[in-house]
Design a protein around this ligand. Sequence first.
Ligand code: NYM
Length: 212
Amino acid sequence: GSNSESKRGALIVLEGLDRSGKTSQSSKLLTYLEGLGHSAELWRFPDRSTNVGQMISMYLSNKSQLDDHTIHLLFSANRWEKRSLMETKLKTGTTLIVDRYSYSGVAFSSAKGLDLEWCKAPEIGLLSPDLVLYLDIQPEKAAERGGYGGERYEQLEFQKKVAKCYQGLHDASWKIIDACQPIEDIEKQLQEIVLDCVLTCQKGKPLSNLWS
Ligand code: NYM
């Protein structure tokens, strides 16, 4: 559109293994976009602030046990409960930087051995990201960074399986970033790609749904 009210925001997702640097790069991106005068927000999944999010948080911290399918559907429900707000934000011109999304959902659950298509199914109809930034790091390197908390999934052998599962999810919206570069280099690289995406969305690139 031509007037500022019709310019939509971009849906930008950061993905990667635990300790790949997603969270710090996400907040740097927010600062960058805001500095340029763009309306932007930082979101993350799981969103632990909701009731569903609380159940997920209990599970991740080993305070509850849930069947693998059940927790998978809760992670998905946690995105569904945010879908309409997400759409409103994007349509009213706010760019969303999202730390983890459906790809985490599918990669972590299929790494446990759940069927890939079954894992993808509940994500169908969620908003499709305009850009997925995959912070690529070898599982061994990520483990060396330390700071794996005590949460479920934060173990080298499991992260290796997750890395394999992520590889099967790459599509045209993905940009693979070498997460072992100096932090400032990663930051610069991300800024360029993100700005390009924000401008493309402003020019009227339509929103679409997963999986496309
Ligand atoms: N995770 C995250 C999933 O297993 N499925 C999902 O759908 C999402 C969004 O939760 N190890 C896993 C990946 C992480 C863990 O994420 C918590 P974080 O970014 O550490 O809060």
